[in-house]
Design a protein around this ligand. Sequence first.
Ligand SMILES: C[S@@+](CC[C@H](N)C(=O)[O-])C[C@H]1O[C@@H](n2cnc3c(N)ncnc32)[C@H](O)[C@@H]1O
Length: 217
Amino acid sequence: MGGKHFKDDDAFIRTAVRDVKRLERLAGLTASSRLLDWGCGAGRLAVGVREHFPERRIADYHGVDVQPDLISWARENLTAPGFRFTCVDVANERYNPAGLPERTIAADPSSVDVFYAYSVFSHMNDDDTSAYLRLISEALSPDGKAFVTCFVEEGVPDWEENPEGYGPLEWKGRLHCTRFARSHFEALVSGAGMAVDRFVYGRETDGQSLYVLRPAS
Ligand SMILES: C[S@@+](CC[C@H](N)C(=O)[O-])C[C@H]1O[C@@H](n2cnc3c(N)ncnc32)[C@H](O)[C@@H]1O
């Protein structure tokens, strides 16, 4: 689901704990945080929260995804005090092509301290990306941070689907790989009312880059 790095159960848990530690370090995650895991899939990050925090929970872990089977699995296996999962029936050409056009991330304004979207903008069209960045910006609390990964490069078209010869895989099917020009993605971030707190090029799954975003002051 998240690429070759998650090919077995150990890697699934290891990457989850690694990301929870990175959220602590880079986005201020604590046991009191309200965390939104957008595009949570089967709830990988929830496993990391449970493994890492001494009381095996935080104030609020909220996993949101468009795939009902994954959310059902997560609800059955990972629901516990402090953990909840929501399925949103919104359109994504790869994961939920028959979904509704109205976009939501299932979060109230200023209600999210830490937002996490791993390998979600790597499968998203340009209009959705722009609109969801605005929704993320609205949902963040004043000191909130968003940790997101995506494919960005210099000197490429603003947005491209399945760029040929790019990255480690042969991209097949709608939105298998969506790549942004770095300047374009950062203009969308800024247009959404956020600023780049940190950028690390190319070290995430399949060569994605990491952004930590914050509300623009
Ligand atoms: C490559 S998977 C990554 C899963 C998870 N973040 C991880 O790292 O293990 C991308 C996920 O994003 C979800 N997704 C795509 N568009 C979405 C949207 N508009 N709202 C919520 N989830 C979405 C997909 O259903 C899929 O589970």
